[in-house]
Design a protein around this ligand. Structure first.
Ligand code: THU
Length: 131
């Protein structure tokens, strides 16, 4: 599938409008393309109980399921200036759970696969019984 990275980044920038980040002052917008061609977005939603804040990737994954589920083929997230951001470690794990084979991310060091940003990932396959 051809990925329009400029369109994905523009969607992540637009998603910043939905961010609620009064505590950190660090809004994050995220966007992803699904295997069936949907463009989904998310933004961080913080909480007065600081540790309960949701990363942009959390609302993106909710949107994934709210709009029909499926797998992610491409992902981008940005700060308030529109600069690329690396998903935090927890969010790399969140994204890994829903990745399509070979999923790509627009990172601070260029386009990378999910396997590069989360090497030797723990995933659903690790829960299968093995001898
Ligand atoms: N944040 C995200 O939304 N995604 C990430 O991958 C990194 C961090 C948010 C969490 C918090 O609301 C703000 O950025 C500052 O850490």
């Amino acid at each position: 599938m051809d990925i329009n990275w400029a369109e994905l980044k523009a969607a992540a920038i637009k998603a910043l409008d939905s961010s609620y980040a009064p505590y950190s002052g660090f809004p994050v917008g995220a966007a992803a393309l699904t295997e069936d061609g949907r463009l989904i977005t998310g933004a961080n939603i913080e909480n007065a109980s600081y540790g309960l804040g949701l990363c942009a990737e959390c609302s993106l994954v909710s949107e994934l399921f709210r709009t029909g589920g499926g797998k992610l083929v491409a992902f981008a997230c940005v700060d308030k200036h529109g600069n690329e951001l690396m998903p935090c470690g927890r969010c790399r794990q969140l994204l890994y759970e829903h990745h399509a084979p070979g999923m790509l991310l627009n990172t601070v060091s260029g386009i990378k696969t999910i396997y590069e940003v989360l090497p030797d990932a723990f995933g659903p396959e690790d829960l299968l019984e093995r001898k």
